[in-house]
Design a protein around this ligand. Structure first.
Ligand code: DGI
Ligand code: FE
Ligand code: FE
Ligand code: FE
Length: 189
């Protein structure tokens, strides 16, 4: 078990300063959303937000090695590496940060792709990552408004806009992201 100071140092040394500042802002945004939604452990929400991008700048080679050696679904290799830092990032967090809390690890796993099943903490981290104060993209103010009003609708808004963005780029979409969109974003069936 690491002390808070050791955890902060380890996270800081695994990424550049810009990414580290994003992690701090997501942690604060998680605290805010946790309070707003009556989550039972504010500190846990802060920790989850702080570490969510721990693996963001780990090399492709290290990811591929872990995906192959640790029996991850090899289909992950057929999708954009951007989705690995959540799903596989949880492995690095367990082993390098010694965090074994399933709620935290699951929130990290789901923070990029989302999922059909989303716990309250999953939703908090997913949305906080999208609306933290450093984010500046077309629609972010609307995303904040929607999310503060209703967290589930915040998840739906984020997925709809992320999918639209990915489609516009002609990016490959991980199937789970599409399933999550169907669950959280669809208004007209
Ligand atoms: O790590 P962050 O940049 O803070 O945020 P994130 O982990 O939510 O990653 C966001 C990016 O991931 C955003 O550009 C959309 C992209 N993304 C999410 N789902 C998919 C995806 N990209 C592809 N190619 N496929 C997906 O299914
Ligand atoms: Fe991320
Ligand atoms: Fe996200
Ligand atoms: Fe992030």
């Amino acid at each position: 078990i690491l002390t808070t100071e050791q955890l902060v140092e380890k996270v800081k040394s695994n990424m550049d300063e810009r990414r580290f500042q994003h992690c701090i802002r997501v942690s604060e945004e998680c605290k805010k959303l946790a309070k707003l939604n009556g989550y039972y452990d504010i500190y846990k929400a802060q920790v989850a937000g702080f570490i969510h991008d721990y693996a963001k700048q780990i090399s492709v080679d290290r990811f591929i090695k872990i995906i192959k050696e640790q029996d991850f679904d090899l289909d992950l290799l057929n999708y954009n590496r951007v989705i690995w830092h959540g799903i596989v990032g949880a492995y690095f967090i367990q082993h390098e940060l010694k965090i074994n809390d399933d709620e935290i690890l699951t929130a990290v796993r789901r923070h990029t792709t989302a999922d059909v099943e989303m716990s309250l903490l999953d939703k908090i981290v997913f949305v906080a990552d999208y609306i933290e104060p450093g984010r500046d993209f077309e629609g972010v103010e609307e995303a904040r408004k929607v999310a503060y009003d209703n967290l589930d609708e915040g998840v739906g808004y984020e997925l709809a806009h992320t999918l639209a963005y990915l489609v516009k780029q002609r990016s490959k979409i991980y199937p789970k992201t599409v399933l999550a969109y169907n669950k959280w974003s669809v208004i007209n069936s």
